[in-house]
Design a binder for this molecule. Structure first.
Ligand code: ZN
Length: 272
């Protein structure tokens, strides 16, 4: 079976991963772009041209969160990215962290807090390359959390509200994990179980994650998934895959549909 099972280990092997990703992406017609060569390996982006605006997925910016890169690989292998849209995938944004299996890069910097200051070579190279591309209309960012037992996600939405999309996403993931219950997660109030509806502003003014940089660039819709690190890796990967598919499979409907908030049973928005 052609899947990611031979790199499905808690010990993340970056060279093997990049080799497998290159093969899978080439088979799907993606071209490879070298963003930066680091001492631990390259930062690579894969791109397949199509109708703009692009769909963009990133993973592996925290090196101790291997489920995201492995899910990106499986999505690529399964042909999950829409063939008529411009698609961009950056599956392993922190080579040093992935090699060392640390959240930070080799120099101790949390890359996902560096997108305003841009003090790291990784974030500089990444933003420079992304800035040469059209602004995505959908950004999916794959992460993990050591402190939770369920799944949750952040949504940043500068356009139409869509409750059904969020409930469909949680429903797709529910085969693997329940939605993390509140009242709060990581200092944020929940809009509903597992759902942080985040404004397009950073929690700390000088520590932007990639999702805030994307929103400031004009990306109107982003989802950051968080799977529970303490659970089995295969379940975390499956949750990321099924959550991503729930968003990708509803394209382009996702950008035109507006669902009523009435009767869905979610708590009112409390803020974030
Ligand atoms: Zn993370």
């Amino acid at each position: 079976m052609n899947d990611s099972s031979n790199v499905m280990s808690d010990l993340f092997d970056l060279p093997s991963f990049l080799g497998e990703f290159s093969l899978a992406a080439a088979a799907r017609g993606f071209s490879r772009h070298l963003l930066l060569e680091t001492e631990d390996g390259p930062i690579l982006a894969w791109e397949r041209l199509g109708e703009a605006p692009p769909i963009y997925l990133s993973a592996g910016i925290h090196g101790d969160e291997p489920a995201g890169p492995l899910a990106a690989l499986r999505l690529m292998e399964e042909g999950a990215f829409p063939t008529d849209r411009h698609c961009i995938v950056c599956p392993a944004l922190n080579p040093g962290g992935l090699v060392l299996q640390t959240r930070a890069n080799r120099r101790g910097a949390d890359l996902n807090r560096d997108y305003n200051i841009l003090s790291c070579q990784e974030t500089i190279a990444h933003t420079r390359w992304l800035s040469s591309r059209p602004v995505p209309s959908l950004f999916i960012s794959l992460h993990e959390d050591w402190e939770t037992a369920g799944f949750y996600f952040y949504e940043i939405n500068l356009g139409e509200d869509n409750v059904r999309r969020a409930t469909d996403l949680l429903s797709a993931v529910s085969a693997h994990f329940p939605a993390e219950l509140g009242p709060g997660i990581d200092g944020h109030l929940l809009r509903g179980p597992g759902w942080i509806f985040h404004r397009a502003e950073p929690d700390l003014p000088d520590s932007w994650p990639e999702a805030i940089w994307m929103a400031k660039r004009g990306c109107s819709l982003s989802f950051t998934f968080e799977t529970p690190s303490k659970a089995a890796l295969k379940d975390r990967v499956a949750a990321h895959v099924d959550g991503s598919l729930a968003l990708l499979d509803r394209l382009p409907k996702a950008f035109t549909e507006t669902d009523s908030m009435d009767g869905v049973g979610f708590m009112p928005l409390c803020g974030s």
